[in-house]
Design a protein around this ligand. Structure first.
Ligand code: AP5
Length: 209
């Protein structure tokens, strides 16, 4: 099961991934999480990526594509994966297809989680993330509801940056909807509903695969 999760920032890609991992046990590969860890550790990748991330811009394709080729060649990803936040440009999507096809793999399902922009802004403004397990909750969570860890606000969840991230999504990432529709693997999901209802559709889409 090779899955791509598409959707604007805050559409619920991480939230749905958490559920898929719990149920299906396949790795959740989030470029955002990988980049944030690199920034925190001060690695060369993190140093290059930080400015782009803080501004809500995309990190250059060449940095991301090499990183993901390496990640997808690891053993755990050979029995399936959930890609969250990658690909984000048509160049990344083409590079992903080329890398997978080299060893007879392909994307089985691209799920587009659709949420109106005003709802996105509200969700991201109130999002808080657990420092220990990465669970995405809200400002009303005094502690992580999953592990009790400390909740913090991401640097890019500030109003001006959110606006730019949405613009970048429309310009660079939304064209992937057509890309995957053309490949015959796109499924659209209404993400503006209760998390459980969204997950029911996500699961149905994957099961029909
Ligand atoms: P990344 O970390 O990928 O951020 P994103 O795509 O902006 O996605 P988010 O993590 O913000 O949102 P989400 O869809 O996972 O929503 P969530 O489930 O948390 O990327 C960050 C940055 O890294 C980028 O800006 C870029 O600079 C760089 N980057 C990453 N990948 C890159 C790439 N491939 N190429 C270049 N640069 C790259 O939910 C949001 C909130 O809503 C939470 O509070 C949650 O509790 C709540 N929520 C979720 N679902 C529901 C629901 N159904 N109802 C009500 N609330 C809900």
């Amino acid at each position: 099961m090779n899955i791509v999760l598409l959707g604007a920032p805050g559409a619920g890609k991480g939230t749905q991934s958490e559920r898929l991992v719990n149920e299906f046990g396949i790795p959740h590969i989030s470029t955002g999480d990988i980049l944030r860890a690199a920034v925190k550790e001060g690695t060369p990748l993190g140093k290059k990526a930080k400015g782009f991330m803080d501004a809500g811009e995309l990190v250059p394709d060449n940095l991301i594509i090499d990183l993901m080729k390496d990640r997808l060649s690891q053993d755990d990803a050979r029995r399936g994966f959930i890609l969250d936040g990658f690909p984000r440009t048509t160049a990344q999507a083409a590079a992903l297809d080329a890398a997978l096809s080299q060893d007879g793999r392909s994307i089985d399902c691209a799920l587009a989680i659709e949420v109106p922009a005003d709802v996105i802004v509200e969700r991201l403004s109130s999002r808080r993330v657990c420092r220990s397990c990465g669970h995405a909750g809200t400002a009303s969570d005094a502690a992580c509801p999953v592990c009790g860890g400390e909740m913090y606000q991401r640097d890019d969840d500030k109003p001006e940056t959110i606006k730019n991230r949405l613009a970048v999504y429309e310009n660079s990432t939304a064209p992937l909807i057509d890309y995957y529709s053309g490949a015959g693997v796109l499924v659209r999901v209404d993400g503006n509903r209760d998390v459980d209802q969204v997950y029911a559709d996500v699961k149905a889409a994957i099961s029909h695969d």
